[in-house]
Design a protein around this ligand. Structure first.
Ligand code: 5GP
Length: 120
């Protein structure tokens, strides 16, 4: 089972406005902001606003409108940043084996150059 949600995690603080971020997009369900340590010319994180540690509890417990809102926000960011035509990569690190460092569900959105094969 997923660990309990930690309200002191860094993305919770970003959602509360306690830590600054470079916001790309925000709506009722999601916040998108630039990664502090970008691994590609475009490296954006998209997070749901709800208190979800991982894909496990999000997919099991979130309301359908929260899931739809999050998925639509990811697509909106890709479109508005001009990533659809050249292409881009979505990545979610989940749990220990997935090397998830921040325990609030997030999707990485990479683009702006050819990314090559996925690194393991
Ligand atoms: P994970 O390994 O959990 O999927 O990745 C967490 C990501 O969050 C990393 O790419 C890291 O650079 C990013 N990150 C960690 N702390 C901050 C922060 O305070 N602000 C921003 N914008 N990104 C952060």
């Amino acid at each position: 089972a997923t660990q309990p949600y930690d309200d002191d995690n860094i993305f919770a603080k970003i959602l509360r406005g306690e830590i600054p971020n470079k916001t790309v997009y925000e709506d009722d369900f999601a916040l998108a902001f630039h990664d502090i340590n970008p691994q590609a010319p475009t490296h954006v994180l998209v997070i749901p606003k709800g208190r979800y540690v991982s894909w496990d509890d999000f997919s099991a417990k979130a309301e359908a409108e929260e899931i739809a809102g999050f998925v639509r926000a990811v697509g909106h960011v890709a479109r508005t940043m001009g990533l659809v035509e050249p292409g881009y990569r979505l990545l979610a690190n989940i749990g220990g084996h997935g090397h998830q460092e921040v325990p609030h569900l997030h999707v990485h959105l990479f683009g702006g150059r050819p990314l090559g094969p996925m690194l393991m």
